[in-house]
Design a protein around this ligand. Structure first.
Ligand code: HEM
Length: 429
């Protein structure tokens, strides 16, 4: 997910401990954002707050001048409009990597066309539907193994679906897709977690979080560099092998672009996939009627996952900067202004969705914004969908019951997810 230095500040540990450690006055966040990120009621139900923001109009400005766009039409329009982008990247420079030779390398999620177009095209070649589809059977096996292991370890007690399935599944799948050998998967999972926790700018993270994020990035940089050299010498049919050989008319990726891209795939994709599975299963277990419907219509799991993505999106905000004077839904926005596109609010827009606050797995497919739109549309959507579809299909077939009505939530704002999802679980047959 893309985020600006200001908005992503609020995506850090919005709990009081995070701000004490970093010395930031929490009041600043309520001036910057259109809601109070420290209010537990906000995290329990942000959609009630988003509704009020949507009702204020298609565009609002916070006291500190952030341009807030909460409606489906406005969000879609900005994402399709090349007058909005990243410009010089100043607002997200902390997410850039420094190569060992001192060069700064910008991940392509923070680039504008035409630079973005070149790298995205090369990555797209390697991220083929064939490669992702080939993982489906493997994903099924993995989910079964993970569930069996968790049930055995729980010995009749509750199972945490985040730790047991939602977290390891994408870590292993992404590892296998990219080409990280199995003995490295545990390490890979730990590094992915440190990077996911450190998506926020250093200023708003604790010193420990910054150190962990930076050393995870450095370790991955070094590791992917070595792996790329190995694959260049002896291609192995994995994504790294394809990326080292991918070329267009202007040539292929430079060595630095390659390792930064691999690190981006990991940081952009991992936490959000965990949260799609976690949020989706939580929503399903809160709606037994919908769970029963899904059991009767297992062929509709793909549509059900799209509805889960709409109902409680793992990525709640996308940011942009106005690169020129522009307008959104008729409201002028000046060049240089920062814009916050509220995916969570747009996904409950009554102009687009009938009864938007209801989970309706049979809902007709609409223009879901959960993976973004336009030139930056999520490159990992096929693999995220595959992981979630397989996990939901297998889990829905079990006898599951929530252990608690309010599982602990990570109090972030840009990403939304659960820390734990304890359930009572027995195989249904
Ligand atoms: C449920 C899981 C996921 C969600 C909700 C999600 C969401 C998104 C969104 C909303 C964007 C657009 C960002 C923007 O416009 O600024 C995006 C872009 C991106 N995503 Fe995902 N994503 C998920 C999984 C993944 C996975 C598994 C990968 C990689 C394997 C991935 C890699 C990327 C990359 C590289 C971009 C940037 C694309 C570009 O700039 O052209 N994502 N994602």
């Amino acid at each position: 997910m893309a985020e600006t230095s200001e908005t992503s500040a609020a995506a850090g540990d919005a709990g009081a401990e995070g701000t004490e450690d970093t010395g930031i006055d929490p009041a600043i966040f309520s001036q910057l954002l259109p809601f109070d990120p420290f209010d537990p009621a906000f995290h329990a139900d942000p959609y009630a707050v988003y509704r009020k923001i949507r009702e204020q109009g298609p565009v609002t400005r916070t006291p500190l001048g952030l341009v807030v766009v909460p409606g489906h039409a406005g969000v879609s329009a900005v994402l399709r409009d090349n007058r909005f982008g990243w410009g010089d990247g100043a607002t997200v420079a902390e997410h850039f990597s420094e190569a060992p030779d001192g060069t700064t390398v910008r991940p392509f999620i923070f680039m504008d066309p035409p630079d973005h177009t070149r790298i995205r095209g090369l990555v797209g070649q390697a991220f083929s539907a064939r490669r992702v589809d080939a993982l489906r059977a493997r994903a099924g096996e993995l989910v079964t193994e993970l569930i069996d292991k968790a049930v055995a370890a729980a010995d009749g007690g509750p199972v945490d679906l985040i730790d047991a399935v939602a977290h390891p599944l994408p870590a292993i799948l992404l590892g296998e897709l990219i080409g990280v050998p199995p003995e490295k998967h545990e390490r890979f999972r730990a590094l992915s977690t440190d990077i996911a926790h450190g998506l926020d700018p250093s200023l708003f993270l604790t010193p420990e979080e910054v150190t962990r994020r930076d050393s995870a990035r450095a370790e991955l940089y070094e590791y992917f560099g070595r792996l790329a050299e190995e694959r260049r010498a002896a291609p192995a049919g994995d994504l790294i092998s394809e990326l080292v050989t991918a070329e267009d008319t202007d040539g292929g990726l430079t060595g630095h672009e390659l390792v930064v891209t691999l690190t981006l795939l990991l940081s952009a994709g991992f936490a959000l996939t965990v949260n799609l599975i976690g949020n989706g299963m939580y929503a399903l277990l809160q709606h037994p009627g919908q769970l029963a419907w899904l059991r009767e219509h297992p062929e509709d799991v793909p549509a059900a996952v799209e509805e889960m993505l709409r109902y409680d999106p793992p990525g709640q905000m996308i940011s942009r900067v106005a690169l020129a004077d522009a307008e959104v839904e008729g409201v002028p926005v000046a060049a240089g202004e920062q814009v916050m596109l509220m995916i969570g609010a747009a996904s409950r827009d009554p102009e687009v969705y009938e009864d938007p606050d209801a989970l309706v797995l049979s809902r007709p497919a609409g223009r879901n914004l959960g993976f973004g739109l336009g030139v930056h549309f999520c490159v990992g959507a096929p693999i995220a969908r595959l992981a979630a579809q397989v996990a939901v299909a297998k889990l829905a077939a079990l006898d599951l019951e929530l252990e608690t009505a309010t599982p602990p939530r990570a109090p972030y704002i840009i990403t939304r997810g659960l820390r734990e999802l304890p359930v009572r679980l027995t195989a249904a047959d």
